[in-house]
Ligand binder design. Structure first.
Ligand code: ATP
Ligand code: MG
Length: 827
């Protein structure tokens, strides 16, 4: 039996048709669980084993690193583990972009060691640009400008294209800022996330020969979750298929959930118009879920109009009814979920089979607390990424600015962390001097203050300040005449940088470099000093970083990444620092950590329940799924209730959530939910009410009495599905839950709201939550403390909830705008 025959047995005829499609564009537009991803993996294996395509001639794009890893494993299995799967490029769009950009850094106007800026870095840079322009008013606009820039990049627009498309004064001003931002990025030797795609587009637009080379190298391009691609990614695919048009895309318009990130379903719905010769395969059998689950998903999505009609059926008729539970409050909801999972495990269930999905990361905290109380192990995928934590960012910033002296955002971040007397004014003077030719970066400016400037410093040899007018000369003198305190601080900082660079030269491995750095800057003492309460957690997180680096160095997959960094380096580079083994490792590690996207996370060892946002759950499946927080305003979470597009997208999210479940689905809500420390009464989500009642049973432990539930339902929708049925007992039974046994909600309310996000960890159960702000929105005049800025007084508040932005007057550093959750309220 040949391999093909063997595989064909595991595919239905439509899937087979897609897998064996000879060449040219192919579209598989089909509903959830119909085997689209399976088609992709089989097609890759088919091309290699049957069509004689070399593994390195295939590139497949997925949405998350986790999905890429899974795809690689599956292809490897299909090919009998001969290791060929390792040669297929299976990657997220961003990782692929980063690889191409690094490979052709000079042609793209970058140096090989460019940094990748994340969201927060991006905002710092925008703030700096606005500050430099003296545009006080616009400071409040940082986030808007950030999304504007992202939106441009998602469309594939360079600053000049943005300018061409600006039709009023405000749009022109925005485009101007985009241009300045882009210049500042280049000067900092950095790119942002959007540039990982746009940068490649620009490269390919300017060097069509390069695009052609890539399209010849990769003879087949395959894309999963195509409904969530944006125009820039679409253009990238265009370039990559220039020479052959062998493009296989699979997706489901009902699962398009990234409109807010610039994705457009037009890519999938217009695919056939754009590719005249495109073949289309429909898949209609769902292999994942029971018919009850599938029908519930259909009840919800059917209310969206302008859908692409799709049929979906399953052989798995019937199945357990969906269990609905309403908690008296959000805490009870979480307790119910934890207890139900606990019971399942007691009856021999497997934690790995269970997932909890919620609409926003912040909802995860209560589930964590309850799971911990019940001793249920869990892992969180996504959330505030490990790499977005303050302590991790500090240490990585040190390493970044040791490696890339032009990385001003990293330098500014740590120049005075731990404090060494370099205040805001000094930093402003240094920043101002960066505009002088020959200074160019913050570190270039630091050199001006040093008594004995390193004469033969590889990094700066070519950069001597060349003031061309009195203003520039003044800027330099201002730095040269900095006070003794600042100079001592700068001296100290510089020595740390040099010592770290030295370590990068002399150690083979990264771990000792980081260990020595931590010791050199007395980082643990710094954590203890700034916030003793959270110091233990943060210290443990630093330990986690060391483990991550060690793991990275031992992971055989890292070699490829390190090799690609090495490959990307210009041949004539004789700079010792940049070619040292530890530097290469560092660059590769920083790339990887920058690319760990919010939807990804590491899988800790051992069995555990998986928790994540619905966005992160795309493409995954679990035997048992809990969809939580099904309340109006939480899910759907509508910023603008009148926006029908936004509602349609929330509905698609609900469809994605429900269709992840294989056998059992629980849908939960709470009658009141604590929003920013205060209870708010809620109404059941319209999505819950859209589901035909015959598919639901209500758990008798539910706080909402069945009739209340039915009444709610009638009130909202006029009983569109007829009378609500008599409540039934859930099939797994179980004792009535006694909520009196758990600490009362009021007791809980009295506590501060733990800042669960900054404590998210890949190794659950090991850390405790710290306490950050409670209280309500009237904060003005209140004394707060911040881990880096110290103690200050709140001047103004904008927005609400954890993400409210507070302007705080810190005597130590002046006024700063800080996100609420990073503040501790003192009184
Ligand atoms: P989604 O839209 O959620 O991404 P999908 O269309 O990509 O779903 P897959 O994840 O590929 O669907 O498949 C869903 C499940 O059905 C998987 O467990 C897969 O192994 C299984 N499956 C798909 N096709 C078959 C088949 N022909 N025979 C048996 N199992 C199948
Ligand atoms: Mg899939």
């Amino acid at each position: 039996m040949t391999m093909t025959q063997d595989w064909l047995q595991h595919l239905n005829s439509d899937q087979r048709q897609a897998v064996t499609h000879p060449a040219g564009p192919l579209l598989v537009l089909a509903g959830a669980g119909s085997g689209k991803t399976r088609v992709l993996t089989h097609r890759i294996a088919f091309l290699i084993a049957e069509q004689g395509v070399a593994p390195h001639q295939i590139v497949a794009m997925t949405f998350t690193n986790k999905a890429a890893q899974e795809m690689r494993e599956r292809v490897d299995q299909l090919l009998d583990g001969h290791g060929q799967a390792g040669q297929v490029t299976i990657s997220t769009f961003h990782s692929l972009g980063a690889r191409i950009l690094r490979r052709h850094a000079p042609a793209a106007g970058l140096e090989w060691n460019f940094s990748i800026y994340d969201d927060a870095d991006q905002r710092r840079l925008i703030t700096r640009i606005l500050d430099e322009a003296g545009d006080e008013r616009a400071r409040a606009d940082v986030r808007r400008l950030q999304s504007y820039i992202d939106a441009c990049k998602n469309r594939g627009w360079t600053p000049s294209q943005a300018h061409e498309n600006a039709h009023d004064a405000r749009a022109e001003a925005d485009a101007e800022l985009y241009a300045n931002y882009q210049r500042a990025l280049t000067q900092a030797g950095a790119v942002d996330f959007g540039d990982l795609i746009l940068g490649v587009l620009v490269l390919f637009r300017e060097h069509p020969d390069l695009a052609k080379q890539y399209s010849q190298r990769w003879q087949h391009v395959l894309v999963d979750e195509f409904q969530d691609t944006n125009p820039a990614q679409y253009e990238l695919l265009d370039h990559l298929t220039l020479a052959h048009n062998n493009l296989t895309v699979v997706g489901d318009d009902d699962q398009a959930i990234y409109r807010w990130r610039g994705a457009t379903v037009a890519n999938i719905l217009g695919f056939e118009d754009a590719n005249e010769a495109a073949a289309r395969v429909k898949l209609e059998q769902n292999y994942r879920s029971t018919s009850v689950i599938l029908e519930a998903a259909n009840d919800v999505i059917a209310r969206n109009d302008r859908r692409h009609a799709k049929k979906l059926w399953t052989e798995r008729q019937g199945g357990e009814p969906i269990v609905a539970f309403t908690g008296a409050d959000d805490r009870e909801e979480a307790a119910y979920v934890a207890e139900t999972i606990f019971d399942m495990a007691r009856q021999g269930g497997n934690f790995d089979d269970v997932a909890i999905f919620y609409r926003t990361n912040a909802q995860g905290r209560l589930f964590e607390e309850q799971l911990r109380q019940w001793g249920v192990p869990y892992r969180i995928i996504g959330g505030l990424s490990f790499y977005a934590r303050e302590e991790i960012k500090d240490l990585l910033a040190y390493l970044r600015c040791a490696l890339n002296p032009r990385d001003d955002v990293a330098t500014a971040r740590v120049i005075n962390t731990p404090r060494r007397g370099i205040g805001k004014t000094t930093l402003e003077k240094l920043t101002a001097a960066t505009s002088v030719p020959g200074v160019e970066s913050l570190q270039g400016a630091l050199l001006l203050t040093l008594e004995d400037r390193p004469a033969q410093n590889d990094l700066f040899a070519a950069r001597r300040p060349r003031p061309s007018n009195p203003t520039e000369r003044l800027l330099i003198e201002t730095v040269e005449e900095l006070s003794g305190v600042s100079r001592r601080g700068i001296d100290e900082f510089w020595k740390i940088l040099e010592a770290t660079r030295d370590d990068l030269l002399h150690y083979e491995e990264l771990t000792p470099v980081l260990e020595r750095l931590i010791e050199r800057i007395s980082y643990f003492e710094h954590l203890e000093r700034t916030d003793s309460e959270s110091a233990e957690d943060r210290t443990r997180n630093v330990g986690e970083l060391l483990s991550a680096i060690e793991e990275f160095e031992q992971d055989p997959n890292s070699e490829a990444l390190i090799a690609s960094v090495q490959e990307a380096m210009p041949d004539d580079l004789d700079d010792l620092l940049t070619t040292a083994p530890a530097s290469l490792r560092l660059r590769a590690f920083l790339d990887r950590s920058a690319l760990v996207q919010s939807t990804d996370g590491d899988n800790g060892p051992g069995q555990a329940v998986t928790m994540m946002t619905i966005h992160g759950s795309k493409g995954l499946e679990f035997p048992t799924v809990f969809v939580a927080g099904l309340e109006e305003e939480t899910f759907p979470s509508l910023r603008d209730p009148g926006d029908s597009e936004e509602l349609a997208e929330e509905r698609r999210l609900a469809y994605v959530a429900i269709t992840r479940a294989e056998d059992r689905l629980y849908m939960t809500n709470a009658r009141r939910r604590r929003v920013y420390g205060q209870f708010k009464d809620t109404e059941p989500s319209r999505f819950l009410l859209d589901i035909d009642p015959s598919r639901l049973i209500i758990d008798p432990r539910s706080a909402a009495k069945e009739l209340d539930y039915a009444r709610d339902r009638r009130k909202r929708l006029g009983a569109p599905h007829g009378e609500f049925p008599e409540p039934q007992m859930p099939s797994q039974g179980g004792a009535l839950y006694d909520f009196n046994q758990a600490p009362s909600s009021d007791e809980h309310l009295a506590q501060d709201t733990p800042d669960w996000e900054s404590n998210f960890s890949q190794s659950p159960q090991e850390w405790d939550v710290t306490h950050t702000p409670a209280g309500d929105d009237q904060l003005i005049g209140v004394t707060v403390s911040h881990s880096r800025f110290g103690i200050g007084e709140v001047v103004s508040v904008s927005g609400s909830g954890d993400k409210a932005r507070l302007t705080v007057d810190f005597p130590a550093v002046g006024q700063q705008t800080v996100i609420r959750k990073f503040l501790k309220v003192l009184g």
